[in-house]
Design a protein around this ligand. Structure first.
Ligand SMILES: [Zn+2]
Length: 283
């Protein structure tokens, strides 16, 4: 599943490859890909014809491409990809929407094997599409307010990892980067959010930014062979993960075998020595 660094890699690719170009036509090859565009596939295609992409923006795992006052909004879901390539290349069976450009150059293909992703045209969404306005800024955005986040955290009676995954508090942090940031900060995922000290919260925010920045430098994580960036290249950040997916391997700090625990139908990876479990969930 693409996480924030992967989505940012895609955003940056789109900025270089499609911004400034005029759309000749958008072909919806599978209606499920535009199911959230309530007026339907024909309206979706009509609203894109002749428009020009003015930019490529992101909040958490949502991308949007402003077109005057409106925007094309994209969420990649579990397996979505935005691929830019030669228009004469045969269409793979998973291409759901194809954008052809007036300049006759490389086309843009939204491919999505599992069809959990979606695209829609957000009217007046150039600044921030209203359908994602409830999502908190992500820690790489200038709009992210660390003091506000810290204040909200102290009012939550929940574990810190649940809070990190709550998109109304902070967006873009998925399972992988939550585990990595908690390991760096030596915090167990079950630590009570409302009992964290200010210094612990600051270090946690800094760690989230660090793991994102390192992943961006490396081109995004690839755990899922379905993820490729906008040019079709796989990311390769997985080699530098410290805990995620490393059950039984030695902690890079103290050598203790990494432990895996079930967490919200998924897994959490921790070092049992560096990140001691809080007694009875409150600490
Ligand atoms: Zn350790």
């Amino acid at each position: 599943m693409p996480e924030l660094p992967e989505v940012e890699t895609v955003r940056s690719g789109l900025e270089h490859l499609v911004v400034g170009r005029r759309i000749e036509s958008a072909e919806v090859l599978h209606p499920r890909a535009v199911r959230r565009h309530i007026a339907g596939p024909a309206d979706f295609a009509k609203r894109l014809r002749g428009r020009r992409f003015d930019g490529a923006r992101r909040r958490g795992k949502y991308l949007w491409l402003p077109m005057d006052d409106d925007a094309l909004l994209a969420h990649l879901g579990m397996s979505g990809q935005l691929l830019v390539g030669p228009p004469d290349e045969p269409l793979s069976p998973h291409v759901r929407v194809r954008f052809n450009f007036a300049d006759g150059g490389p086309d843009l293909r939204f491919t999505d094997q599992r069809t959990f992703g979606h695209l829609l045209v957000a009217a007046d969404g150039a600044q921030l599409p209203s359908v994602i306005a409830h999502i908190a800024p992500d820690p790489l955005e200038s709009a992210f307010d660390a003091a506000w986040f810290s204040g909200r955290l102290k009012s939550r009676r929940t574990g810190i990892k649940r809070a990190l995954l709550d998109q109304s508090l902070i967006s873009g942090v998925g399972n992988i980067y939550a585990d990595e940031a908690l390991w760096r900060t030596k915090l167990h995922f079950a630590r009570a959010a409302d009992r964290l000290r200010s210094g612990e919260i600051s270090r946690l925010i800094a760690a989230v930014r660090e793991v994102f920045a390192e992943a961006l430098t490396a081109g995004g994580t690839s755990f899922d062979s379905l993820y490729v960036n906008v040019n079709g290249e796989s990311g390769y950040f997985d080699r530098s993960l410290n805990v995620y997916g490393r059950e039984g391997e030695p902690c890079a700090r103290c050598g203790t075998p990494i432990r895996r625990d079930p967490f919200m139908n998924r897994s959490s990876y921790t070092c049992p020595v560096c990140q001691p479990r809080p007694r009875n969930g409150r600490w």
